[in-house]
Design a protein around this ligand. Structure first.
Ligand SMILES: Cc1cc2nc3c(=O)[nH]c(=O)nc-3n(C[C@H](O)[C@H](O)[C@H](O)COP(=O)(O)O)c2cc1C
Length: 173
């Protein structure tokens, strides 16, 4: 069985897909993983809009320059800004909500990797336009997109830093 580090190292940003759909049960498993991500104040101010409709995916892509290839699904991580401010104050509305979706997205990508499903986190998209396409309630904001699909080729593995390069300082120990 693969350990956490194996899955972490296996995950890559995938930007080229086979077109095979991702089964509902696998997307549910991925969302379950997101639900176990850390959340500021355990507030979970985000919800996920799942898009598997090919036409809507294409429309979202038309306002998302950073979304490459033709993913089988898009998970739009949408935050309830009102709830974020009510539960976490101004920092909740400006910062924590983004940190929360980043943690959730990491779990999504790692669960995807375990299930053999490629993923790509996307910030290069028009928030207002995607929100309008998804017809999300007004208090929600689309804060992050994760594209999902089966990869059609091995993605390029970018060079990663060594432990030494990542450490700024280390006191004690
Ligand atoms: C906050 C954030 C925004 C990103 N936005 C995009 C994007 O708009 N389009 C894209 O193709 N990749 C995007 N990525 C993926 C990065 O380009 C990718 O993680 C990086 O190149 C390292 O490659 P790896 O994920 O395979 O390790 C984003 C990643 C993060 C964390």
């Amino acid at each position: 069985m693969a350990g956490v580090m194996d899955i972490i190292k296996k995950r890559r940003s995938v930007r080229s897909y086979t077109g095979e759909p991702v089964a509902k049960e696998k997307i549910e498993r991925i969302i379950e993983a997101a639900n176990h991500a850390p959340s500021a104040g355990n507030a979970y101010t985000w919800k996920i809009a799942v898009v598997q409709d090919g036409g809507l995916i294409r429309k979202i892509q038309s306002v998302s320059p950073g979304m490459l290839g033709r993913p089988a699904a898009i998970l739009a991580l949408c935050n309830d800004r009102k709830k974020a401010i009510e539960t976490m104050g101004s920092k909740g509305g400006e910062l924590f909500r983004f940190m929360d979706v980043a943690h959730a997205a990491q779990n999504i990508c790692l669960m995807g990797a375990e299930l053999g499903i490629g993923s790509c986190c996307i910030m290069s998209f028009n928030q207002d336009a995607v929100g309008a396409l998804l017809e999300i309630p007004p208090q929600y904001r689309v804060d992050y997109l994760v594209a999902l699909g089966y990869q059609d080729r091995d993605p390029v593995a970018p060079k990663k830093r060594s432990v030494e390069e990542a450490v700024l300082s280390w006191t004690g120990g």
